[in-house]
Design a protein around this ligand. Structure first.
Ligand SMILES: CC(C)(COP(=O)(O)OP(=O)(O)OC[C@H]1O[C@@H](n2cnc3c(N)ncnc32)[C@H](O)[C@@H]1OP(=O)(O)O)[C@@H](O)C(=O)NCCC(=O)NCCS
Length: 295
């Protein structure tokens, strides 16, 4: 018996989707929590506002990639996906904890995959949820385990970084060009929403170019460059904005991006395995640190 249905997500669903994903991701964090890591916690009010703004943006740019499942009690699940150039990405995917494992997620992923038909490549950051990993593998993705660096960045470790500057909207063409070279697809309009929350740093040199978004606490959120040297400089510039005694995370480091591990080692950061890069029709981008939502 069908007791729920799947329909396109609309702007009016954003608040309920924010709550649902928060509940689902916190429960997942509890299941995959490791000793020594920060305790799983719901988004702060400020984080919830930022998260909702990014989701509203994606519902606006990719309405045919956004779907929800609901029953008479409310929303059960959500999927958000995008198409940029000929690459399909998954931005968010969650089912309410009480309803997981009964096929809701499969229906949602099928709906979002339809939006990606015709794309040559697909890319997503997979959690460590065995249910999610089963879905992605059955959808034809290759799963590449990733790493996470964790720890404070001592001032004494910071090198002098030349010719990296603050970026602006005028750098969008440069960033799209770097992205097309590194990951075959530009972020395009996503830069509008990324620049609202994150600090943008740019390198534009004859020897290489690239860009990075960093959170206010100095954590890199998304980084792309045309060579490892430039990527390394951009990562240092992000980390230079951190508090010297507060730990920061450098997340989503695939094995191909060991230049980032070298930066973490220079800071004496801890190295852990965390998440998977799931790819179809492409190899792990290098040098590149993907973000969870904009991949
Ligand atoms: C990932 C998620 C969205 C999938 O939705 P769902 O409704 O639970 O998924 P489904 O029920 O369609 O599929 C789960 C599959 O895992 C299987 N499964 C159930 N328990 C399992 C376990 N312990 N280990 C491995 N597989 C398991 C199910 O049988 C099903 O496979 P099948 O359809 O071949 O029988 C949902 O589980 C979730 O919200 N997880 C937490 C958040 C998360 O990790 N999101 C993904 C971010 S990348």
């Amino acid at each position: 018996m069908v007791d729920y249905w799947v329909r396109p997500m609309v702007e009016g669903d954003v608040a309920a989707v924010e709550q649902l994903t928060d509940e689902s991701y916190v429960e997942l964090d509890r299941r995959t929590h490791r000793t020594g890591w920060p305790e799983p916690a719901p988004r702060t009010a400020e984080q919830a506002v930022g998260w909702s703004a990014r989701v509203s943006h994606l519902v606006g740019t990719d309405p045919r990639g956004a779907w929800v499942a609901e029953d008479r009690s409310g929303l059960l699940g959500v999927v958000l996906s995008t198409r940029r150039d000929l690459t399909w990405t998954l931005a968010a995917y969650a089912v309410r904890p009480a309803d997981q494992g009964r096929g809701v997620g499969r229906q949602l992923l099928d709906a979002a995959s339809g939006y990606g038909s015709g794309c040559l490549r697909a890319m997503l950051i997979a959690s460590e949820d065995p249910l999610a990993l089963r879905r992605y593998r059955l959808a034809g993705f290759t799963l590449h385990p990733m790493m996470l660096l964790w720890g404070p960045v001592p001032r004494s470790a910071l090198p002098v970084v030349d010719r990296v500057r603050e970026g602006s909207a005028g750098d969008t063409d440069l960033m799209d060009s770097v992205d097309r070279q590194v990951r075959d697809a530009a972020h395009g309009r996503d830069h509008e929403v990324l620049a609202r929350r994150y600090r943008l740093v740019v390198a534009d040199r004859s020897t290489g170019s690239g860009y990075a978004y960093a959170s206010p606490s100095g954590q890199p959120y998304l980084l792309a460059a045309t060579n490892r040297r430039t990527a390394t400089d951009l990562l240092w510039e992000c980390l230079a904005g951190s508090d010297p005694i507060r730990p920061v995370a450098v997340a989503n480091v695939s094995a191909a991006n060991d230049w980032a591990i070298d930066v973490g080692m220079a800071c004496r950061m801890e190295l852990w395995t965390r998440n998977y890069l799931a790819l179809r029709g492409m190899k792990p981008p290098v040098p590149y640190l993907p973000s969870g939502m904009f991949v």
